[in-house]
Ligand binder design. Structure first.
Ligand code: FES
Length: 101
């Protein structure tokens, strides 16, 4: 997905770009972020590199508030990963990096 800067929030795509229970990789300020659409209507955004050995979390299996990394099948709760703010507004998904003002 493409990203367009908009203040501290960055538009990273449209909700229709991400099917339910899937993730997509985006780049925000040079940082690789995995954006996930959850089955409860919510969204999650975390660093895309798996904390184990850098696997592509955006390609992981999503469920029960967790993502399972496709490389070695380790399962991580979204709340235990480096999480970023994510919101959907109209036709945009917006991400604000953790620690951003
Ligand atoms: S790199 Fe993700 S589980 Fe090993």
């Amino acid at each position: 997905m493409s990203a367009t800067a908009e203040g501290t929030w960055t538009r990273v795509g449209a909700p229709g770009d991400v099917p339910v229970l899937e993730g997509r990789a985006v780049t925000v300020a040079g940082r690789r972020i995995a954006v996930f659409r959850l089955d409860d209507g919510g969204w999650a955004a975390v660093d895309a590199a798996c904390p184990h050995k850098g696997g592509p979390l955006q390609d992981g299996i999503v469920g029960d508030g967790c993502v399972t990394c496709p490389l070695h099948q380790q399962r991580f709760r979204f709340t235990d990963l480096v999480a970023h703010e994510v919101r959907v507004d109209g036709d945009g998904i917006f991400v604000r990096l953790a620690g951003a003002a």
